[in-house]
Design a protein around this ligand. Structure first.
Ligand code: ADP
Ligand code: MG
Length: 692
């Protein structure tokens, strides 16, 4: 009983709550009014069970409890007003299918103009002298104080606070409210925490929390309700991180010491002087190899900081002692690129590149050579994980760029051995506070220096007529012998999305730039085609590469000096920074053009024109957009977080870590519950909090 109850209590995470409130795992179709059609709509926002519904939290709340005065509200602020209509409505039809109804309102402190779009009958209800309630954003536009398309109420709404849920086509706020009301009514909740624990941590009980988050009596209570839900989530999240950390604390049976002479030999083979930061990180790795525990290290460094050579150094150390290494790249293109670097540093017969593109026969042959130990360096993509590759004596697994490989995959590769060293290279700058929590169990090295002689990439925001100047500028660069990347958010023109597609851009450029050799590359091409295009661009045969973001990670073409991003507003700052990092890799001055006619994105994009510091940009990006893109959370572990945001809920993240620590000391049912759920989470999904 206890066990089931506990699981159900944390039902955001819990498995089969078999006890009384089984209905939480039941389809939302068991609620009245939800049939096939509605359940399809709900699926679009990832609601299929009652539990999903209960945890579908409001984005924010409308506050109807106080009427604000026009005079007191600043422009840009959304508020609730009680006003008198002081003019007759005017109707305009500036365009086909556009009808604007305009009238003026006053509350004694100010006058505002209200615009209502395409509500053809509204004018019949607007009578001068009447009092109405409106909820909307106060703005200053065309020289007047305006409220555009507000919600109108002819009498004061009964509720004081109305939740605002993210919607999708066919789904309304009212539908959600109705479903939620019923779901709350029929569900029973089992509280996993003791009363003492709740009191001590100032938490709402579970039932209260879910009720108040959807139907709050006050903003404060809504906030407290949300905090309780996030608390649950983060407590388990912390425990998961902890479990991952415990897992890898195993003895190192591959203790190796690397001789100074060997290090020297490696360094002499390089075509450049190492930076101080590179040397420091290499020392850290060498020290790990000699230590008692298997290495688990994350190397963070901005794009272009020279992480690749560090990876090769680590593999070199292993090879010196007869151990094999794997380097996993997120794309075939990148794997190939690493392979080409590797054969310059190691005897070619000791290096193989395993990608999905290989024929079975070829792959078999390579696998044979891996098994008999004649191959020391294995470079590849996900393809590495499938098929049976056995190693003679694997010593090191490196994953390069992005955290797409998880614990599970790594375990698969190492045949479950815990004593294989692991190294992760990431250009994703994660603020220090956050990385301490997330990767508290992993050592972190930071490459905080760029190779010398790098010129700053001149970055410009391009809008309006400047676009044509840019087109001319790029042409000039090409005539000077340089190359350019043009990145678009979409492959093809898409329903309703107003963004330039790569195909469209390609056609346009072919017209503007007759005689210039260019190619179009995107994720839907076959691997061999992609490879051919990338090779063509690498060797300079192609001068312009029009692409989607397939080039985002790791590509290295030093002669490319232009990165132009169309509809830049569609990308996160951190992502744009990564894209920008594709240029500025050679001796020539490089340029990045962020093309955006979207005014409201300009402020955000200007961060990039002013800063080239990946960490600073990442912090700004997170403040502006949340963590989603930055950590690539949807792809790995943090994706288990449905409610919490690692940045905005940072203080709670730290607090729950401390709470967990206390729970561990005192033992008790909460700790067991959290552990059970965390384990289940780790086991059930392919958790990829890879950075452990
Ligand atoms: P990233 O950290 O983004 O993976 P790379 O390892 O791809 O960066 O390095 C970017 C470029 O800088 C490569 O062309 C590499 O050869 C070069 N490079 C790396 N280290 C140095 C150095 N110490 N001096 C000069 N060039 C370097
Ligand atoms: Mg790299």
């Amino acid at each position: 009983m206890m066990k089931a109850g506990v699981k159900v209590g944390f039902f955001l995470f819990g498995g089969e709550g078999r006890s009384r409130n089984m209905e939480l795992n039941e389809s939302v179709r068991s609620l009245s009014g939800i049939g096939e059609k509605t359940s399809k709509i709900l699926q679009k926002v990832e609601i299929s069970t009652i539990r999903d519904l209960l945890y579908y939290l409001p984005r924010s709340y409308k506050d109807f409890s106080v009427c604000k005065k026009i005079r007191d509200v600043s422009f840009g602020e959304t508020a609730f007003f009680e006003v008198r209509i002081v003019s007759q409505p005017q109707v305009k039809r500036p365009r086909y299918r556009l009808e604007i109804t305009t009238f003026q309102v006053s509350d004694g402190t100010g006058i505002a103009t209200v615009d209502i779009f395409n509500q053809f009958y509204i004018k019949n209800n607007i009578a001068q002298g009447n009092t109405i309630y409106i909820y909307g954003k106060l703005e200053q536009k065309f020289g007047k104080v305006r409220i555009s398309s507000p919600e109108l109420y002819f009498k004061r709404p009964e509720e004081s606070f109305l939740p605002i849920y993210p919607l999708t086509a066919g789904l309304t706020q009212n539908m959600l409210r109705k479903f939620l009301r019923e779901a709350l009514h029929i569900s029973e909740f089992v509280e996993p925490y003791s009363d003492g624990f709740l009191r001590k941590n100032k938490l709402f009980g579970l039932k209260e929390a879910l009720k108040e988050v959807h139907f709050p009596k006050s903003p404060e209570r809504a906030e407290k309700a949300r905090a309780r839900i996030i608390f649950d989530e983060l407590l388990v999240f912390n425990r998961m991180l902890e479990l991952l950390g415990e897992e890898k604390r195993s003895q190192n049976s591959r203790r190796i010491r690397i001789k100074p002479a060997s290090v020297k030999a490696f360094v002499e083979r390089l075509p450049f002087e190492l930076t101080a930061a590179q040397k420091r990180v290499m020392q850290e790795i060498a020290k790990d190899f000699a230590g008692e525990q298997a290495m688990s290290r994350l190397v963070q460094g901005d794009v272009g900081s020279g992480k690749t050579v560090i990876a090769f150094f680590a593999m070199y150390c292993m090879r010196e002692r007869g151990y094999q290494s794997i380097l996993m790249a997120p794309t075939e293109i990148l794997a190939r690129q690493h392979y080409e670097t590797a054969v310059k540093l190691f005897p070619a017969e000791e290096v193989v590149c395993l990608t999905g593109a290989l024929t079975a026969k070829k792959k078999n042959d390579l696998c044979g050579r891996i098994l008999d130990g004649s191959v020391k360096i294995v470079i590849g993509t996900h393809a590495l994980l499938y098929g049976d590759i056995s190693f003679q004596n694997l010593g090191l697994i490196i994953t390069d760029e992005q955290h797409r490989f998880g614990v599970k995959q790594r375990a698969a590769l190492s045949g479950g051995r815990q004593d294989v060293h692991t190294l992760i290279m990431s250009a994703t700058p994660i603020p220090r506070t956050l990385s301490l929590v997330l990767f508290g169990h992993t050592d972190i090295s930071i490459v905080d220096e760029l190779p010398p002689g790098r010129k700053e990439i001149k970055t410009y925001l391009i809008h309006g007529r400047k676009y044509n100047d840019m087109i001319v500028f790029i042409k000039n660069e090409i005539f000077l012998g340089r190359q350019a990347y043009i990145v678009c958010p979409l492959i093809e023109d898409n329903e309703g999305m107003e963004a330039k597609s790569a195909k469209q851009m390609f056609d346009e450029l072919q017209e503007c730039y007759p005689g210039i050799r260019m190619a179009l590359i995107h994720g839907k091409l076959k691997n061999a085609e992609k490879q051919e295009i990338m090779d063509g661009f690498s060797c300079g045969k192609l001068q312009i590469l029009v692409s989607t973001t397939v080039i985002e990670v790791g590509i290295n073409v030093p002669n490319a000096t232009v990165m132009a991003v169309m509809n830049a507003e569609r990308f996160g700052l951190a992502q744009l920074h990564q894209l920008r990092g594709r240029v500025g890799r050679g001796a020539h001055q490089s340029y990045c053009f962020l093309v955006s006619d979207n005014q409201s994105a300009h402020e955000r994009l200007r961060v990039l024109t002013r800063s080239s510091d990946g960490f600073e940009i990442a912090e700004k990006d997170m403040q502006l957009r949340g963590t989603g893109d930055l950590l690539g959370t949807r792809q790995h572990g943090a994706g288990t977080l449905k409610v919490a945001n690692l940045i905005t809920d940072m203080s709670l993240l730290v607090r729950t870590r401390d709470v967990l620590e206390q729970l561990k000391k005192s033992g008790g049912r909460e700790y067991d519950a959290v552990t059970a759920i965390a384990r289940e989470q780790l086991g059930r999904k392919l958790i990829e909090i890879a950075l452990n």
